[in-house]
Design a protein. Structure first.
Length: 94
């Protein structure tokens, strides 16, 4: 029997030894899940209706509100101001 063979551990020794540090995944600190909040983002549509160019979502739920319906034309800045107010209202209800 050569020397290398005599230094190898038996299968029972390997089984009892357990995983090495290299084989064990390190525990990750998972960030605490925050309560889901409504978030509204600018998401223009191609329907020539500027009033629904915002998409609000919370997890799998989403809604495309009609904002500033009395205005004939709405700029991105105007609709995003309205979207922030709408977002606040949605999150106040949650």
């Amino acid at each position: 029997m050569d020397r290398a063979a005599s230094e190898r551990p038996s299968p029972e020794q390997v089984k009892d030894a357990g995983p090495t540090d290299a084989e064990t995944p390190k525990a990750r600190k998972e960030p605490r899940a925050k309560a889901a909040k409504w978030v509204c983002v600018y998401d223009p549509t191609m329907n020539r209706n500027w009033h629904d160019d915002v998409l609000c979502s919370k997890g799998d739920d989403s809604v495309r509100p009609t904002l500033r319906p009395k205005d004939r034309f709405v700029t991105k800045a105007e609709i995003m101001r309205a979207a922030r107010a709408y977002e606040k209202k949605l999150n106040a209800r949650s």
